[in-house]
Design a protein around this ligand. Structure first.
Ligand code: SF4
Length: 166
């Protein structure tokens, strides 16, 4: 495994399946023929199609950016709130990355189909939680073996399911 950079995608995985974090970090390719989707694609497909703007800041890609009341506002549209905990932490991680680059930002998660939105602000507690997640991700990834599989609903959609369960 090359040097590991924790990113928003790994944070997303972390809150769904830690075994998948290890598999992704070790670039173990899921079954290419699998008509199901891997998590990366899943995240992509669950992001809303009509992106108004996408920008890259360092290794961060965010969907919508505007300046408002002295803050940079970043936003992400999702098709559903099913994996909201992961989505929250992923967006919060982008805020943390921006803060580390001297940019104060707030985030909005948008679920247009559900007519829902949620503001995300970086609190001290959230920073602490994300820093712990970062450390834990690195610890998981440097283990010689992946964590044992634990059956969750997401397994049915996961491209690693043959690998984990056959
Ligand atoms: S199949 Fe299930 S246990 Fe295996 S990596 Fe995917 S989500 Fe995790």
């Amino acid at each position: 495994m090359e040097d590991l950079n924790v990113n928003g995608t790994l944070i997303w995985y972390y809150y769904v399946c830690k075994r998948e974090v290890w598999l992704m970090a070790h670039s173990i390719s899921p079954d290419e023929d699998d008509e199901n989707i891997d998590l990366g694609r899943f995240i992509h497909e669950n992001s809303y199609g009509r992106k108004t703007k996408e920008i890259s800041i360092g290794n961060i890609k965010v969907d919508i950016v505007e300046e408002k009341d002295g803050y940079v506002m970043i936003g992400e549209m999702k098709k559903s709130s099913r994996y909201i905990e992961s989505a929250r932490n992923q967006l919060a991680y982008y805020l943390l990355q921006l803060e580390r680059n001297g940019i104060t930002a707030k985030g909005t998660l948008m679920f247009p189909k559900e007519k829902k939105r949620e503001e995300i602000e970086l609190t001290k507690e959230l920073v602490k939680k994300l820093e712990e997640a970062e450390k834990d991700i690195i610890k998981i990834c440097y283990e010689p073996f992946p964590p044992k599989p634990i059956k969750i609903n997401f397994c049915n959609k996961c491209a690693y399911r043959e690998f984990c369960w056959s």
